[in-house]
Ligand binder design. Structure first.
Ligand code: NAD
Ligand code: DAU
Length: 342
């Protein structure tokens, strides 16, 4: 299978490419198109550089010339499957500046879809990686795929635009589009601006853990390996024009996650620093995942074991995150702006 994976230098994308090579070996050919924004780290997949079935292409999904080149494949032989992970992904950053979110998460998707039209009917799948955030917040019950979208922050509004644009191209032009909406991922290689890697690495350095609001917001945590396996399953067994929720079934309040991290690292709860809430902070995300289960896929990773494994990964891979937190001027400027006066 010839894959075009966009955003493959980021957290989920790099885990997905590793998943493909582990599962399919030389039978998988992968082009990784990534702009290398602050969140893109090419070295995440250093072990595949130079292999004949892997090609890294630095480029922008919103740039038609980059996208045309990427669809050519590893050696000009074309693409069977596109999986679009490329996005601006951090809610807090979208509250500082939303323009890049529109440019990548909406317009970039359009550019990828326009190129897909030129490759139909040979293209087998176009998977648009969306998010549970497009439904908005829910106090009771869970969202199903047919529920109305109600994004409540600039990031999720942009993702909803890309989500529906992909669906619309499937309907209008008959492209083989599948949309997936996953819940909060965690695992190795997650950029340390997000809750779990930020709190683990801060705790390791005895720095405060800035817990927003009352700490009772609920997220459904999905181990990244389960997410990768679900996407791979849907490429094989999903139905075109359908949307699939992918949830971990592990709803936890942020404060519970925080206590658990401190416990695993044997650090005191006094490191928790309650800070001002995120503007428009969604209270709870929850997904009904029965559609995916009916198709035959269920996430089966034990949450506590996966969290422990994740914490251990950050403990054992200090150089990876210290390069970001200590040597990236961009990260330090962001951290200062986001947390200094909170
Ligand atoms: P990430 O921020 O770790 O990585 C994003 C990657 O996209 C980076 O490598 C970045 O360089 C690249 N990128 C950004 N703009 C680009 C552009 N214009 N052209 C090419 N590459 C570009 O993100 P992530 O957490 O791995 O998320 C991946 C996808 O999954 C996103 O679409 C996100 O919306 C979605 N998602 C994430 C989660 C989660 O919990 N992390 C949950 C559900 C859905
Ligand atoms: O639900 C899926 C989404 O999950 C993805 O679409 C996004 O790309 C991804 O970033 C994530 O969004 P969240 O906003 O839920 O993730 P984040 O890790 O930023 O925050 C998780 C929760 O923790 C949220 O309720 C806010 C809170 N939080 C976060 C940070 C960074 C804190 O309390 N303190 C913090 O410093």
């Amino acid at each position: 299978m010839r894959y075009l994976v966009t955003g493959g230098a980021g957290f989920i994308g790099s885990n997905f490419i590793r998943f493909l090579f582990n599962k399919y070996g030389d039978d998988a050919q992968v082009v990784n198109l990534d702009k290398l924004t602050y969140a893109g780290i090419r070295e995440n997949l250093a072990e595949y550089e130079g292999k004949p079935n892997y090609r890294f292409l630095e480029g922008d999904i919103a740039n038609p010339a980059d996208v045309t080149e990427a669809y050519r494949g590893v050696d000009g032989n074309g693409t069977d499957v596109v999986v679009n992970f490329a996005a601006e992904t951090h809610v807090d950053r979208s509250l500082m500046e939303a323009g890049t979110f529109i440019q990548t998460d909406v317009h970039g998707v359009l550019v990828l879809l326009e190129e897909a039209r030129r490759h139909a009917p040979k293209l087998r799948r176009f998977v648009q990686i969306s998010t549970d955030e497009v439904y908005g917040s829910i106090d009771d019950g869970s969202f199903s795929e047919g529920d109305p979208l109600n994004p409540r922050n600039p990031y999720s509004a942009s993702k909803a635009g890309g989500d529906r644009m992909a669906y619309a191209y499937g309907q209008t032009y008959g492209l083989p589009v599948i949309v997936t909406r996953a819940s909060n991922n965690f695992g190795p290689y997650q950029y340390p601006e997000k809750l779990i890697p930020l709190f683990v690495t801060n705790a390791m350095d005895d720095l405060p853990l800035p817990l927003y609001g009352d700490g009772k917001n609920v997220r459904d945590w999905l181990f990244v390996d389960d997410h990768c396996a679900a996407i791979d399953f849907l490429i094989e067994y999903g139905t075109n024009s359908e949307t699939y929720n992918i949830g971990g079934g592990n709803e936890r309040e942020n404060r519970e996650i925080t206590y658990r991290i401190l416990e695993l690292l044997k650090k005191p709860e006094s490191l928790i620093k309650p800070v001002g809430d995120r503007q428009g902070h969604d209270r709870r995300y929850s997904l009904d995942t029965r559609k995916l289960e009916r198709l035959g896929f269920k996430c089966d990773t034990d949450f506590d074991a996966a969290l422990e494994r994740t914490v251990r990964w950050y403990v054992e891979n200090e150089p990876w995150w210290r390069a970001i937190k200590e040597r990236s001027a961009e990260f330090r400027a962001y951290y200062e702006k986001q947390y200094a006066n909170r």
